[in-house]
Each structure stands twice: as structure tokens, then as C-alpha cells.
Write a protein that binds this ligand. Sequence first.
Ligand SMILES: [Zn+2]
Length: 285
Amino acid sequence: MGKWIARILIFTSVFGICLFITSYLDIKHGGKGHVSARSSSQKILSNEIDSSLKKIRLEAQTQKHKQISVYYVPHPDDELLTYGVPIRNDLHAGKIVYLVLFTHGETSSIIKKLNLMVYPKLTPYELGLARVKEFNHSSQDLGIDNNHKDIFDPQKEQARIELIRKIALFFEQTFPHVTQNGLSKYDVIPDHAITGMVLDQLYKEGKIKHKRIYASIYMSRFAEHRLTGKRIYPKKAKDNSVFNKAIHDYDRWDPQHRWYACGYMSVRPQFNSFHKHKYSVLVKE
Ligand SMILES: [Zn+2]
């Protein structure tokens, strides 16, 4: 019997020592031994969103009574070609317009063509910066306050989806009168479609109250299977020159000052079409 008690004692002490060593190692590594690269990068992204949203959080108290219109912009140029008209109309209606650009558009296929014309050649990152520069000028011309836009660049689609969701919920929980604007979930370009998908999901979950879904200029004017809906025209005739100025930002060629006409180089027919006929298409989704 004494032999069995001794065996049990040895077994439990060995087990106890192992447990002690394991927990010691875990504490020594700050308990981070099990954090994967994925959750680390999500943490960085979420800190980035938090600090960025602080800007508007500061204004939340003074602007609580105002109507907020948030636009999810997949690429530089969507704010003008697809959303330009409703953005101007919202501003005229006294709403605060907030833009969320969530890619730099650096994966654009124009880099090959562009690099035949400029020296030194552009890296994809530099192309992204040039496109964001066009976006910044265009949104300024449209009348967007510099504090009312944020630019993110999560690399993975899942991170983009989470970003849109998080920002939509932030606005919904911070302001009482919010409209969330996205693109159709039936868009053939995935970065466009996810905006509509996320807003649709949040709406079904009862987490957002008002959404407006637009057909991208490509889907309403160029695609084989076009999306149709209600055409939205500019409420003020003088906005024509505002749009033309913003269009010009995407057609500026001055490589010495890092202007590469990226917008025109990538979707010239869409710019020409918008230049001639300024309207957006609101779809029922
Ligand atoms: Zn786009």
C-alpha cells in the first residue's frame, strides 16, 4: 500500500512541476506565445481605426444633431465617378459627408504602361500614393472637409470587410442620424461588392438604420449586364464646374511633381462618360 502512495506522490509532484514550468514560460513571454500573426495584424488595424475615428469622435458632441452621410470608397475615383453627385447633393442639404477610402488602388494594372513613360520606375506603393494624391485633391474639390475622410489600406479582403463593418457600427453608435452609402453587392469588382454586402448584412441584423446603395459607373453604364435604378442628378447647376475640376485632378500629368494621370490612364471612358452626363444611379437593394 505504502508503495502505491509513494507512486501517486511522485506522479503528482512531476505533474505539478511541469505545470509550474509551463505557466512560468507563458508569463515570461508576456502570455503572447499563442498570438498568431493574423491576430497581431488585426490588432494593428483596429488601433489604426480607433485613432483615426477619434477625430470624428471629438466632434460627436457638437454635431450630434446633424445628419451624417458616410461613403465607403473602394478606390480613388469612386468618390467622383460613382458618388460625386450624391455627395454634392448631401453637402447642399447641410449634411456632414464622411469618406472612407479603403484601398490605395496600388494593384491597378496601369503600372506597366506608366513605367514605360516615367523614370525612375514607380513601385506599386508609389503608384498607390499617386492615386491617393488624386483622391485627396478630388475630394477637396468636391467640398469634403479634410477631417471628414479616412484612408486605410488593409491588404486582405477579410480585413477590408471587418474595417467597413467596424466603421459603420462606430457611426451608427455615435450619431443618431446616419446614412451609410455603398455600392451594389452585385458589382463584378469584389472591392465594390463588399461594401453593399456588409451594409446589407448590418441592415438585416438591425444594426444600421439607413443605407443607400449605388451602382458603380461601370455597372450602370458599361457592364454587359447593367444595374438599373433611379438616376440622381446634381441639385445645383453650378456644381458642373466643381465636378470638372475634380475630373481634372485625375488627368494631371506632371511626373516631376508626382502627378501621373492615374485615373484617366485606368478608366478614361468612364471619366469621359461622367464628364458628358453627370448623374449617379441609386439601386433598390
Ligand atoms: Zn472602384
